[in-house]
Ligand binder design. Structure first.
Ligand code: ATR
Length: 280
């Protein structure tokens, strides 16, 4: 006799505290439906004190893996039996899966960031140059990991300079930290500008940059996706620059997880994009 979990197929999860805001159930639910997979993707609130127990009980509960969000992204690195190269470099995981029975903690944000630019700004990395990254949190670490992989040199600026300095110190000598006040000079040298701060998010102050000095052909990226069109993106487009928002990164970072859990590589389609856009 099969138990309840095997009867409904492989189970995946997103854990966080809180976890109600996550769009991941919508993304993975769509792919399960499109591919006719009899599995589930469940939103599971897990308080910090319950995380170790939850992870220990994954297999018994019939889980094949899942996503991890705030505040568990660092702690799961210690609980997993293996950590992939990206999660190790970034210092945080967003995806868990089993590899031959061993629990692996990985990070797909850098891949998601790169895939979204490949998709929405083809040729963006043809001649890797200078990138300016605003912010020094976990998102900045993921973006920088991706940019180094494509051969960019990175200037990182942050309101709290010390966090940028610490981030740069942990990297090779392709990453330098600068103070927020140096943004105007850094913008003149940049081929790519990426906002990873919360500025421009709904309910937060806008990110206002003077883009007058930005090179022609420079690409402006905002990984914020609530709203879809941030003040930074609007200003960049108005000044004639290519601009890419954060929705693509959210969608593309989900691809490797789904493939590992359910064995099918899903696609980021206009249909999926429209589904999430309607929910933002
Ligand atoms: P995440 O892991 O998602 O990157 P985080 O670690 O909370 O989140 O980082 C948020 C980023 O937004 C930080 O770089 C933060 O700057 P500080 O390190 O100085 O806090 C940045 N940020 C938040 N509010 C900001 C503001 N009003 N002005 C400038 N930067 C801001």
């Amino acid at each position: 006799m099969s138990n309840a979990s095997s009867a409904r197929g492989p189970r995946a999860f997103v854990i966080g505290h809180p976890v109600g805001h996550s769009r991941s159930p919508l993304i993975h639910g769509h792919w399960l439906e499109v591919h006719g997979i009899a599995g589930s993707y469940e939103r599971v609130p897990v308080a910090p004190e319950d995380l170790d127990g939850f992870v220990a009980g994954l297999k018994a509960a019939g889980f094949v893996g899942g996503n991890v969000t705030v505040p568990h992204k660092s702690r799961v690195l210690e609980l997993a039996e293996a950590v992939d190269e990206a999660a190790d470099a970034i210092g945080a995981a967003n995806t868990l899966w089993f590899d031959e029975g061993e629990l692996v903690a990985g990070n797909t944000d850098a891949l998601g960031f790169l895939a979204s630019l490949d998709d929405e700004a083809p040729g963006w990395d043809g001649t890797p140059g200078a990138a300016l990254v605003l912010g020094a949190g976990g998102a900045a670490r993921a973006v920088i990991h991706g940019l180094l992989d494509r051969g960019f040199e990175v200037a990182v600026v942050n309101r709290t300079l010390m966090r940028a300095v610490e981030l740069a110190e942990g990297q090779d000598d392709s990453v330098w930290a600068y103070a927020w006040e140096e943004i105007p000079q850094l913008l003149r040298a940049a081929d790519l500008v990426v906002n990873t701060t919360t500025l421009g998010m709904a309910g937060q102050p806008p990110l206002t940059l003077d883009l007058a000095g930005l090179k022609r052909g420079a690409l402006v990226v905002d990984i914020v996706y609530t709203p879809l069109e941030t003040p930074l993106l609007a200003a960049a487009r108005a000044a004639g620059h290519r601009a890419v928002g954060g929705l693509g990164m959210l969608l593309h970072q989900a691809v490797p997880g789904f493939e590992r859990w359910f064995g099918v590589r899903p696609e980021v389609t206009p249909e999926l994009r429209a589904l999430i856009e309607a929910d933002v």
